[in-house]
Structure formats: structure tokens, C-alpha cells
Design a protein around this ligand. Structure first.
Ligand code: AOF
Ligand code: ZN
Length: 364
């Protein structure tokens, strides 16, 4: 029984992950309905966050939901939003048992969904694969509790940690397999974020390409002064895929106007010294509903996020070439004097991708 619970919950987690990058501001929840050892319904929170996972799985299950066991990665909701509560839908369908990985921390729910189910006489089990679910849903939990999204920092670097030559050349350090993997990683985040220096140097499009994926993450540039060229790819395509610009109090007024006219969304942010404050930057993104942000540098933004302890996951692609001390570092100055001050992460996985190595590190 316990073994089966874990097995079905693992499937629900897989279904939930399919919604990552698509459901914000809502969590990407997965749901599996099992009757007499057969899976009769599956659901993932729909793009945009509604319908929720459970009603979709219930629709699939139909009459088979009566007396069934439901596996859901997050506590079923109890509030009347645009749709009636999922807990109520489960009760109406006559399910016998609900297995939940995690309690919802949304103040509108937080235990009320579980109580509704229990009060209706449904057998409720919680905490199955809770650690896995906490990791998958971390962006939603952080947004709700700390007001900021989950942050993945991705760096594609040489053996000696460089991201460009002294003259600024950066194409290409990693191979096509690694670059393709990055597109898949962009797709399971709500937004892609770069600093103004990178936007100026690379003129990036920051879109997901050649993956058979229609949905695009929001494109965010953090630029204190907003000195970003209006003939850039981002400016020209701001009406096709959203562009959000996080800027300081002293941003150029003329640029603010031009970018607004081009279709970008402007988000003001406080400074910390000469730079945008990384905490305030993420709070501004959390306030817009983002739960998962994929930061692709450059060196200064990477350093300021790391220094502030705001990198939840670091993905490093290491390529087999060296550019020497004159190259641009992937991580800028951190002000570290003592070993104890250095940001330290824990290795989660390591894998060969084409001719490069991908290592994934997590905040302990
Ligand atoms: C569920 N199943 O699949 C999801 C849930 O704005 P609403 O009405 O859509 O509600 C959003 C809240 O519902 C969200 O903050 C979270 O608490 C919960 N998300 N709940 O039962 C789901 N995505
Ligand atoms: Zn719901």
C-alpha cells in the first residue's frame, strides 16, 4: 500500500512537472486517480493556472471516481475562485481516499481543503513524497511565503569559468546539445532573466526555439539606466513575446517612453549601492506572479544574486576550452575575503551533454 502510494504520487509529480513554466501565478499540480489498481484519470494544472489538476482528472475518470483513490501533489483547494473548490468536486464525485504530498500554503487554503475532505468522511493521507513535491513546487511556495520566485542561475562557461573573450566574443562556448538543453530548461520556467550588459553585448532573443513548444517564457532584462538599444531583437519583438524591464529610479526617461511604446512592461526597482537590489528585483517579479525564473547572466547579475543567497539552483555547463584571465568571468566580483563568506552550493547531479558537462547545484 505504502509502496503503491509512492508509485502513484511519483506519477502525479511527473504530471505536475509538465505544467512548469505554464501555470503561473498558480502552482503546476499533478493528479492521478486510481480505481481497483487501474489509473482512471490524470490531470495537470492547465496553462494559465485553470482549470486545476483535480477536476480534469475527475472528468477523465467519470463514474469510476466513485470509491477511487486520488493522488494529488498539493492539497486540493477549498476556496471559491473563478472555479468551485477542488475539495468539493472530489467530495461530490464520491472518492474514498485522497493522498496528498503537501499542504497548500496559500492563506485561502492552508489546511482547509484537507479538513473539508476529512469532514466528508474521506480517508486523507498527507506527506507522501513531500520532499520531492516541495522541490517541484518551491517557486509557488517561495512566491507565497517570501514574495519572490524560485531562481535558477544558468552559466555556460569555459574550464576556467569564462563566458566571453576579452573582446566580447561568446559564440559558442558550449556545443549544440548543451544549447538545446538550455532551451528545454527555459521552457520549464515562467521567465528568462538577463542583465543589461548581456542584453547589449549579445542582442539575445531569449525565446525557446526548435523544441516543438509554442509557449514562451516572459523575457526580463534588469537594467538600472535602461540604456538598451531600441533596434535590438527584444525591442522589435516585444509585442510578440512579453518583455519586462526592471529599472532603477534613475532610468533614462526617454528610454522608458520608447520601451513602453515598443510594448515592454516597465517595473521600477530600488538600488543597492550602484546596482539594482537583487532582492527588490525578485520581489518585483514575484509581485507580477512569477514563480520560476531562469537567469542566464551576465557576470554582475550572477554575482549579485549569488552574493545575496538568492540562487536556489545553479546549472553550470562546462566546455573544454580556456580563455584565460583576460576573458570575462561568468561570476563577477563577490567581495569574498574569507572562505566562510563564499556562497556555497551542494552538488545535485552531474551529466555529460554532448562534449560538455552539465552540473546542477542546489542551495543547501
Ligand atoms: C488545486 N489544484 O491544480 C492548483 C491549485 O486563482 P485560483 O482560484 O485558480 O486558485 C489558485 C490557488 O489554487 C493557488 O494559489 C493554489 O493555492 C491553488 N492551486 N489547487 O487544488 C491545482 N493549481
Ligand atoms: Zn483547486
Amino acid at each position: 500500500m505504502i509502496h503503491d502510494d509512492k508509485r502513484y504520487m511519483a506519477l502525479a509529480l511527473t504530471l505536475g512537472r509538465r505544467g512548469q513554466g505554464l501555470c503561473w501565478p498558480n502552482p503546476a499540480v499533478g493528479c492521478v486517480i486510481v480505481k481497483d489498481g487501474r489509473i482512471v484519470g490524470r490531470g495537470t494544472t492547465a496553462p494559465g493556472g485553470r482549470p486545476h489538476a483535480e477536476p480534469q482528472a475527475l472528468t477523465q475518470a467519470g463514474a469510476a471516481a466513485l470509491g477511487a483513490t486520488v493522488y494529488v501533489t498539493l492539497e486540493p483547494c477549498s476556496h471559491y475562485g473563478k472555479t468551485p473548490p477542488c475539495a468539493e468536486a472530489l467530495i461530490k464525485a464520491g472518492v474514498a481516499r485522497v493522498v496528498v504530498a503537501l499542504r497548500d500554503n496559500d492563506p485561502r487554503v492552508s489546511g482547509r481543503g484537507l479538513k473539508m475532505l476529512e469532514d466528508a468522511g474521506i480517508d486523507v493521507t498527507t506527506g507522501v513524497l513531500a520532499d520531492e513535491a516541495a522541490w517541484d513546487l518551491k517557486g509557488f511556495f517561495l512566491k507565497t511565503d517570501a514574495g519572490r520566485p524560485f531562481v535558477t542561475l544558468k552559466l555556460a562557461m569555459t574550464l576556467d569559468g569564462r563566458i566571453a573573450t576579452a573582446t566580447g566574443e561568446s559564440k559558442w562556448i558550449t556545443g549544440p546539445e548543451a544549447r538545446r538543453r538550455v532551451h528545454a530548461q527555459r521552457a520549464n520556467h515562467d521567465a528568462v532573466l538577463v542583465g543589461g550588459g548581456t542584453a547589449r553585448a549579445d542582442d539575445p532573443s531569449l525565446t525557446v526555439r526548435d523544441m516543438g513548444i509554442a509557449h514562451q517564457p516572459v523575457r526580463v532584462v534588469a537594467s538600472r539606466r535602461l540604456d538598451l538599444p531600441m533596434d535590438s531583437v527584444l525591442a522589435k519583438t516585444a509585442r510578440d513575446v512579453p518583455v519586462w524591464l526592471v529599472h532603477g529610479p534613475d532610468a533614462l526617461e526617454a528610454r522608458k517612453t520608447s520601451w513602453s511604446v515598443a510594448g515592454a512592461t516597465l517595473l521600477p526597482c530600488d538600488l543597492n549601492g550602484a546596482q539594482l537590489d537583487p532582492g527588490a528585483l525578485l520581489t518585483a517579479l514575484g509581485a507580477q506572479g512569477l514563480t520560476r525564473v531562469f537567469c542566464e547572466g551576465g557576470g554582475s547579475l550572477a554575482a549579485s544574486l549569488l552574493q545575496a543567497g538568492l540562487v536556489d539552483q545553479l546549472i553550470v555547463f562546462t566546455a573544454g576550452l580556456a580563455l584565460g584571465a583576460e576573458g570575462h568571468p561568468g561570476i563577477g566580483a563577490l567581495g569574498v575575503q574569507k572562505m566562510a563568506e563564499a556562497p556555497r552550493l551542494k552538488l545535485a547531479t552531474q551529466e555529460r551533454v554532448g562534449d560538455d558537462i552539465m552540473s546542477v547545484w542546489r542551495r543547501p
